[in-house]
Design a protein around this ligand. Structure first.
Ligand SMILES: O=C(O)CCC(=O)C(=O)O
Length: 374
């Protein structure tokens, strides 16, 4: 008989079944060192920059809001002051961090200006205006079923490289295009009913986040088609050690990761290296090869992880306790590029799921279940 348990932040549990032969994207299922055997570091041979189609914003742009049938509510464009400032970002030059084996980071401290309150305004704006989810799911291994409650608020927008939303331009000003369609980028055929797009309907990146995506693309020198957002309401929210090394991202994925709001530590450590043939690693050899890193990410910072980083390093945002537990909240935005359809299904599964929509309630200063006004 299967055993079922319910935990908040999950450590040491097996990975869930992989959807269609790809690795999963939920850090909670990795749980640190115990599951390094399950980490997928193999590439799928796809080149990072070999397709130029990005989903863009298949949304109305005429009325100050992005709308789409898949959005629970309209999402406003950036406030004018932020939109005007965006062209001057990054606010500082990126610093390369690559002294350690297989590590390649570009660290902007900050990317979104802190002075003048821009980073703070962007944090407040996104927390108030985006739909959020508290995703729960079950994993199963060896007859043991475990219920996972993702220990943070999440949301996601985007579509993988194989497809695009219909009529992105004709929809401007309500031009009548059917924005619900998803078309194959090569053939133009309607692929909305594809099995990878039916469990969750993909949602175009709203303009407020797409503006930041376009800026990040220039700074990073590569393209992104997905935007994942985490909201850590307090020190109790976290993300456990994992790497974003799924095959659907290709072999050398670049990920631009923005921090807004409270300062939180970003920990990095090398994945265990297999012992040399015929020999055994000593602790000293392991330490000499790579040292764990702690970056205290502040509001407005952006860290670009690229090259071999995801294949070889794990990262996490640990919980904070004691006097640091109440920190006012932090938002993390990552821009990524999913190359194939399973990536789309995976990202919506672990960042939207099937539960209720939540929205920030300014009066109670917390996420509240959102209900459509009838
Ligand atoms: O919040 C962060 O800075 C890290 C987020 C992250 O690792 C992820 O979404 O995969």
């Amino acid at each position: 008989m299967s055993r079922k348990r319910t935990i908040d932040a999950f450590f040491g549990a097996p990975k869930p079944k992989k959807p269609r032969g790809i690795s999963t994207s939920s850090p909670e299922t990795f749980g640190g060192d115990a599951h390094l055997d399950g980490l997928n570091t193999s590439g799928n041979g796809l080149k990072e920059l070999d397709a130029a189609i990005v989903p863009g914003t298949a949304t109305r742009k005429s009325d100050g809001y992005s709308t789409h049938p898949t959005y629970p509510f309209p999402i406003p464009h950036l406030p004018p002051a932020l939109a005007a400032e965006l062209t001057s970002w990054p606010a500082s030059l990126g610093r390369v961090i690559n002294e350690q084996p297989d590590l390649d980071l570009l660290y902007f401290e900050p990317y979104v200006a802190r002075g003048g309150g821009s980073a703070r305004s962007l944090f407040e704006f996104l927390r108030s205006e985006l739909p959020f989810y508290r995703v729960e799911y079950d994993i199963n291994r060896g007859g043991t079923s475990t219920h996972i409650r993702t220990p943070r608020w999440t949301t996601v927008f985007g579509l993988d490289d194989t497809s695009r939303f219909s009529s992105s331009s004709s929809s401007d000003g309500g031009g009548g295009g059917d924005m619900t369609k998803i078309l194959d980028v090569k053939t133009g055929c309607d692929v909305s009913a594809d099995k990878f797009y039916t469990r969750y309907k993909p949602r175009p990146i709203p303009k407020c986040l797409d503006d930041l995506r376009l800026s990040a693309q220039v700074a990073a020198g590569c393209e992104f088609n997905f935007c994942l957002v985490n909201y850590y309401a307090s020190g109790a929210d976290s993300i456990s050690f994992h790497s974003d090394d799924e095959r659907f991202l290709g072999p050398l994925p670049a990920i631009a990761s923005f921090s807004l709001g409270a300062r939180r530590d970003f920990l990095l450590k090398h994945k265990p290296v297999p012992p040399p043939p015929g020999g055994e690693h000593t602790e000293a050899m392991r330490n000499a090869a790579s040292k764990p890193l702690k970056l205290p990410l502040a509001s407005g910072d952006m860290i670009l992880m690229r090259g071999l980083t995801q294949a070889n390093w794990l990262h996490s945002i640990p919980k904070r306790t004691g006097k640091n537990a109440t920190d006012g909240g932090r938002i993390n935005i990552t821009f990524r590029r999913a190359l194939v359809k399973p990536g789309t299904d995976n990202y919506y599964n672990y960042n939207v799921g099937t539960g209720p929509v939540y929205k920030w309630d300014a009066a109670s200063r917390e996420m509240r279940p959102w209900k459509k006004n009838l």
